[in-house]
Design a protein around this ligand. Sequence first.
Ligand code: SF4
Length: 345
Amino acid sequence: MTPASPTGAASRADDPPLVEVQDLVKRFPVRGGMLFGARVAEVHAVDGVSFSIRRRETLGLVGESGCGKSTLSRLLLRLIEPTAGRVLFEGRDVMEFDGVALRSFRCEAQIVFQDPFGSLNPRMTIGDIIAESMLVNRTAARRERVERVARLLEQVGLHPDHARRYPHEFSGGQRQRIGIARALAIGPKLVVCDEPVSALDVSVQAQIVNLLQDLQADLALTYLFVSHDLGVVRHVCDRVAVMYLGKIVEIGDNETIFTRPGHPYTEALLAAIPEPSTRGRRGPALVEGDVPSPIDPPSGCRFHTRCRFAEAVCREVEPALLDVGDGHHVACHLHTPLSGMQRKE
Ligand code: SF4
């Protein structure tokens, strides 16, 4: 059965994937030492990540700061090059695109940035900001661009006359609407929403989330929704992937992740969500300490330094991301058949 979509979009489990990520790795060199500029270490930002995004679905990507979410989303859009692995878009390897194919991919995969203040050029009018990608990619003549900007402004809840104004004349929520209109200008199929509401007032967040959902239903968009706010993710996403120190440790449908999480790290993230029924108080902390350095990640399971269930095997053997049923995947020895581990609360 196709799970009910919180987005209202008609994503189906048997839809072909729009995006397939295969064993993606990104390491950043750390330079320094006696020999100026020598590579002395590597940051393991993304380490062997595989998943797919179906057409018209919203996949949430969650985890603490520094877990690799932003690097992964930039790899997906080919804003940075991977160290290894592949990203397939409609079955074609994004890393092999150049010339016309790369320009066409840039039209089909767009991003909404977190910071609606920093991401709009203060010297350009709103009309020019929204029309810029149409101009660069030569997808529309001048008159067509003006008409499309007016339509896009209406679509995101602004007035066509706003095209003549400058970014400083708008509130944070209005600027994020402009950022969304810019992302939609050349008709993308995939939109990476990189923490799209975290810089906004709580009162405005719901309006932007509702706008994104309406646009998805109207335009058959596919979203990768990157966020550390699990309350928003629960409301918006069809499926959720949980990242920890450059790896996906759990992925599954919304209902499963939020009601029957399989990984101790996911449980800890959920326990940290403030409960409306307890007037915003959080549950007891299930994880302590900081995320270890991605320069020298822990051996075995990367979460073992903070996990309350950790045993010797966790320090030595890295758990694989295994299917535990119905497309729910977990990377934890509590779910590895031969590990012999059992949950002790
Ligand atoms: Fe915890 Fe071990 Fe599971 Fe890692 S593999 S999450 S350390 S129980």
